[in-house]
Design a protein around this ligand. Structure first.
Ligand code: ATP
Ligand code: MG
Ligand code: MG
Ligand code: MG
Length: 476
């Protein structure tokens, strides 16, 4: 089943059951706590928080999502993309646990002829939160899932919360058993590659109290109205329904891999390393197109830096695959063509998307050409000195003089088997910032100094990549 058909079936299933179809919101979150939309529920947050009255009690959507914290998994696990689409159904004080569970089961196991996805019930494993007896009972008694295929998991995986105070509640997840070739048996509690998580059902029923993080907090009471928030990864379901090994081989991403092969001559399946690179390229180029499509431009902080880092990783992986010249134009073209079927604005906006992507490629190739020799020299020097660590000085020099963000130095050093003295690097960055601050102060007091502008550039270059997307709204 093609991705477009999976999407169509999702929306019509829930529309037929009284849900209002809501188009995907932009990836640029209308939410100061969040850099990019990372879950289907994000656009509905004001309804869940009781800030705005929902126009209808039920909604469904297929939401564009970007999860930058998953970047390291891309190409390595079979199931994490930086961009993916989350299919969701939502109830604002309307149906609750039993309704959500029954819908999920009906849609997943319903026959293809009747609009379902036709999954075999025996391959589905369920997780519920530790003390959520109610959900467990519904799965067993109402749906008929045998007790052996229901597992209980703790807060890390199966409890959702947002803000303090804010709504929270247990989750129940549906996982698909891909068979023994993906690992030993034992269910999702022990193996998340074989029993791949496809759908998360969140039951918002409590109010969260003080406490920190995802796990250490109290429940202080019941919510006045109980809500449902669910999220199913379209690419993960596509991977199962298309019978492929990982999400990068599904219809909308495989074409990008094939284009990369055309450009480099490296075929998918040649080696593990080159396959990881091909998958990174497919994922990252698609994410870049979707981000630029929603108005993000490459830069040194915030969303701009997310885009810059993702684009640069894609380009660098193309070079690891052997490409020497520009490659972005051809890759962007194929993504716009494929994703344009679901998001026609990409086609209309093609020229601008290409222009932004090409300018970034040109800028990066220049940086890369200039800095690579310096980095290689530093690596040889470290090796000759019998060390496996690139010094903070070198990382700082690469950043300061050659425009290499620390992420890039880290990755390129790692490819050659070296780590980087990050603490040393950050110390030098800090010293430089402090110098700049002092200079700026001196300038204000009349002692002119031109180095003050550097503070901006340097602190931007040191932007931490992960972390800031790990705010609320992560689960589903
Ligand atoms: P995982 O444990 O596999 O990392 P998750 O628990 O972080 O997934 P949720 O936050 O529950 O995921 O999101 C709901 C659904 O969105 C998941 O069940 C999955 O199908 C999909 N999903 C989550 N992250 C990704 C990703 N990086 N790429 C593709 N699909 C994803
Ligand atoms: Mg995750
Ligand atoms: Mg999970
Ligand atoms: Mg989950």
């Amino acid at each position: 089943m093609e991705s477009a058909e999976i999407r169509r079936r999702w929306l019509s299933f829930f529309e037929e059951r009284g849900h209002t179809v809501v188009p995907s919101a932009s990836l640029i979150a209308d939410d100061p706590t969040l850099l990019l939309v990372n879950a289907g529920m994000v656009p509905f947050k004001p309804y869940f928080l009781g800030e705005t009255k929902p126009p209808a009690p039920r909604a469904t959507s297929v939401q564009k999502c970007v999860r930058t914290p998953d970047i390291e998994e891309v190409g390595k696990t079979t199931r994490h993309g930086t961009f993916f689409q989350m299919c969701g159904n939502f109830s604002f004080g309307d149906y609750f646990k039993e309704g959500a569970i029954k819908y999920a089961w009906e849609l997943l196991t319903g026959s293809v002829a009747d609009g379902g996805y036709g999954l075999e019930p025996e391959k589905l494993w369920i997780t519920v939160y530790l003390d959520d007896d109610e959900a467990e009972r519904i799965w067993r008694e109402v749906v008929g899932v045998p007790a052996e295929r229901i597992q209980r998991l703790g807060k890390k995986d199966n409890f959702w919360s947002m803000g303090v105070p804010g709504p929270c509640g247990p989750c129940s997840e549906i996982n698909y058993d891909r068979g023994p070739e993906f690992g030993p048996e034992g269910g999702p509690a022990v193996n998340d590659e074989r029993y791949v998580e496809i759908w998360n059902l969140v039951f918002m029923q409590y109010e969260r109290g003080e406490g920190s993080g995802k796990e250490d907090f109290e429940i202080v009471g019941d919510l006045p109205s109980k809500n449902i928030d669910t999220g199913l990864g379209l690419e993960r379901l596509a991977m199962i329904l298309q019978g492929v090994q990982n999400m990068y081989e599904t219809d909308t991403l495989r074409v990008v891999i094939d284009k990369a092969t055309e450009l480099t001559g490296v075929r998918y399946g040649d080696s593990h390393e080159s396959d990881v690179s091909l998958r990174v390229v497919a994922d990252h180029i698609r994410t870049s197109v979707m981000l630029i499509g929603d108005g993000v431009t490459p830069g040194n902080e915030g969303r701009g830096y997310v885009l810059r880092r993702i684009m640069r990783r894609a380009i660098r992986n193309m070079r690891l695959l052997g490409a020497t010249g520009p490659v972005v134009s051809a890759l962007v073209d194929v993504v716009v063509k494929t994703m344009g079927q679901q998001y026609p604005e990409l086609e209309t906006d093609r020229k601008r998307i290409e222009t932004v992507a090409l300018a970034e490629e040109a800028r990066f190739l220049k940086t890369l050409n200039a800095g690579t020799n310096v980095l290689d020299g530093a690596v040889t020097e470290a090796r000759n000195a019998g060390s496996t660590v690139l010094s903070g000085d070198k990382a700082f020099l690469l950043h300061d003089t050659w425009g290499f963000p620390i992420d890039l130095t880290l990755e390129m050093a790692a490819e050659q088997g070296l780590s980087v003295d990050e603490d040393g690097f950050r110390r030098l960055m800090k010293e430089q910032r402090e110098r700049a601050k002092a200079d700026a102060k001196a300038k204000k007091t009349g002692h002119a100094d031109l180095s003050a502008y550097r503070e901006v550039a340097d602190s931007a270059g040191a932007t931490e990549f992960t972390g800031y997307t790990h705010t609320d709204g992560e689960s589903t």
